[in-house]
Design a protein around this ligand. Structure first.
Ligand code: NAI
Ligand code: MG
Length: 374
C-alpha cells in the first residue's frame, strides 16, 4: 500500500492542464502515493445539478489531502440554462463547490505564499517574500445576508442599535444587509497559525491587517486577539496596519513584510495584490488547511479560453504541490521542488506565454522535473 492517498480533483478548463503538469513532477519526485480521482466542476452541475457530488465529499475523508485544479462558475441565469433539460425548473441553485469544501471540512486557514523568484520578468521587485494568512470561514463570507430585509430583523436591529435607526424607515426591499461575523476562536486560530508559520520558516515579522479605527468591533477583536497571541512569540514583532494603508505600503516597500494575517474579505483582496507583485496568477499557490484535512489549489480559475491548450503557466500549480508536500511532512521533496522551480525561472529558457516565452505547460513541468536534485 502506498504511503499516501491523495484526492485528485482536476475540475474544469486549465485545471486539467496544470494537474497533468503536477503529475509529471510528482512522478519524478517519486512520492509514494495513490492518486484517487474525484469529480468536481461545471460538468457535474450541468449533468447532475451538483458541482460537488456526494461521492466526492465521501472520497475526501478517505485520503490524506486533496489537490485541486480549478473550476468554472457562471452567473445564475447561465447556470440555470446549462442544466440538462430533465433538471431545468427543479429548483436547483448553483453554489460554489470551493466554498462548500472549505465549510464541509472546516478548512479554516488559507495560506498564500507570494515570493519573487529571481529572474522572473514579471516580478515587481526581486526581494519580496510575503505569506498571506487569510481566515477562510467567517467575516463577510459567512453568508448571513438579508435582501429584502425581513421586518423582524429590521425591528430588532433598530431597537438595539441607535446607528440603525437612520435606516429604519428605508423600505425593506430598498436595503440589503450582509453581516460581518468574527469569532474569537477563528481569530485566535488564524493568528496562531500565522505566528507558528513565521517561527517555523524564519519570517521576521507578522502584520495584522484590519481596520479597527472604523470597524471597531470585528476588526477590534482581531487586533486584541493578535496582541494576546503575539505575547507567546516574543522574538517575532507584531505590526499592525490598516487594510487601505497596507495596500499602499505593499506597493511602496513590499520587501519589508513577512507574514500578513487578516480576515476573509481583506485577505481575499490583499492576497491578489501580493500575488501580482510576484508575477500574478501563473505563480499564485494556495492551501486551505484545517485541523484534519487540507485542500491545495492554485489561485487561478479555469481560464476557459486556454482550456486544453497546454499554454498556461504550471508554476502556480507546482508551487501548490510544494505546499502539499510540506503539509504531508515531506520537507525534503518540497525544498527540492521549490529549488527546481526557482532554477528553471532563473535560467529563463523554458517559459510559458505569460513570461514572454513559447513553451507549453508540460514543457515547463518537464524542465522542472529534469532539474530536481533528489
Ligand atoms: P482565471 O484565473 O481563470 O483567468 C484569468 C486570466 O488570467 C486568464 O485568461 C489568463 O490570461 C490568466 N491566467 C490564469 N491562470 C493562468 C496561468 N496559470 N498561467 C498564465 N496565465 C493565467 O479567471 P477568470 O477568467 O476570471 O475566470 C474563469 C473561470 O474560472 C470562471 O468560471 C471563474 O468563475 C472561475 N474561477 C475559478 C477559481 C477557482 O477554481 N478557484 C478562481 C477564479 C475563477
Ligand atoms: Mg480572490
Amino acid at each position: 500500500m502506498a504511503k499516501y492517498k491523495i484526492a485528485w480533483l482536476p475540475g474544469d478548463g486549465i485545471g486539467l492542464d496544470v494537474m497533468d503538469a503536477a503529475r509529471i513532477v510528482l512522478d519524478r519526485l517519486g512520492l509514494d502515493a495513490d492518486y484517487l480521482p474525484g469529480d468536481i466542476g461545471w460538468e457535474f452541475w450541468c449533468k447532475e445539478g451538483n458541482p460537488l457530488p456526494d461521492r466526492t465529499i465521501e472520497l475526501l475523508p478517505r485520503t490524506d489531502c486533496c489537490l485541486f485544479g480549478a473550476i468554472t462558475s457562471k452567473p445564475k441565469e447561465e447556470a440555470q440554462n446549462e442544466l440538462i433539460p430533465e433538471l431545468q425548473n427543479s429548483g436547483l441553485v448553483y453554489s460554489s463547490p470551493i466554498v462548500r469544501l472549505r465549510q464541509e471540512f472546516d478548512l479554516r486557514t488559507n495560506v498564500r505564499p507570494c515570493k519573487a523568484y529571481p529572474g522572473n520578468p514579471l516580478n515587481y521587485r526581486e526581494d519580496i517574500d510575503i505569506v498571506v494568512f487569510r481566515e477562510n470561514t467567517e467575516d463577510l463570507y459567512s453568508g448571513v445576508e438579508f435582501f429584502p430585509v425581513p421586518e423582524m430583523v429590521m425591528n430588532v436591529l433598530s431597537g438595539h442599535h441607535q446607528k440603525m435607526q437612520r435606516f429604519a424607515q428605508v423600505p425593506l426591499d430598498e436595503i440589503a444587509i450582509s453581516l460581518r461575523i468574527i469569532t474569537r476562536k477563528a481569530a485566535r486560530n488564524i493568528i496562531t497559525d500565522a505566528f507558528e508559520y513565521a517561527k517555523k520558516h524564519g519570517y521576521k515579522n507578522v502584520t495584522i491587517v484590519e481596520k479597527p479605527n472604523v470597524i471597531r468591533e470585528t476588526s477590534g477583536l482581531m487586533i486584541r486577539v493578535a496582541r494576546e497571541v503575539a505575547k507567546n512569540y516574543p522574538a517575532i514583532p507584531l505590526w499592525e496596519a490598516n487594510i487601505d494603508a497596507m495596500c499602499m505600503w505593499l506597493i511602496k516597500n513590499p520587501q519589508d513584510y513577512g507574514v500578513l494575517v487578516t480576515s476573509n474579505m481583506f485577505g481575499d483582496i490583499i492576497s491578489d495584490l501580493c500575488a501580482q507583485l510576484v508575477g500574478g496568477l501563473g505563480f499564485a499557490s494556495s492551501g486551505n488547511i484545517g485541523d484534519h484535512y487540507a485542500v491545495f489549489e492554485p489561485t487561478h480559475g479555469s481560464a476557459p479560453k486556454y482550456a486544453g491548450q497546454y499554454k498556461v503557466n504550471p508554476i502556480a500549480m507546482l508551487l501548490t504541490v510544494k505546499l502539499m508536500l510540506s503539509y504531508l511532512g515531506e520537507s525534503e521533496l518540497a525544498t527540492a521542488l521549490e529549488n527546481s522551480v526557482a532554477s528553471v525561472i532563473k535560467e529563463g529558457r523554458v517559459r510559458t506565454y505569460d513570461m514572454g516565452g513559447t513553451s507549453s505547460t508540460l514543457e515547463v513541468a518537464q524542465a522542472v522535473a529534469e532539474r530536481l536534485e533528489l
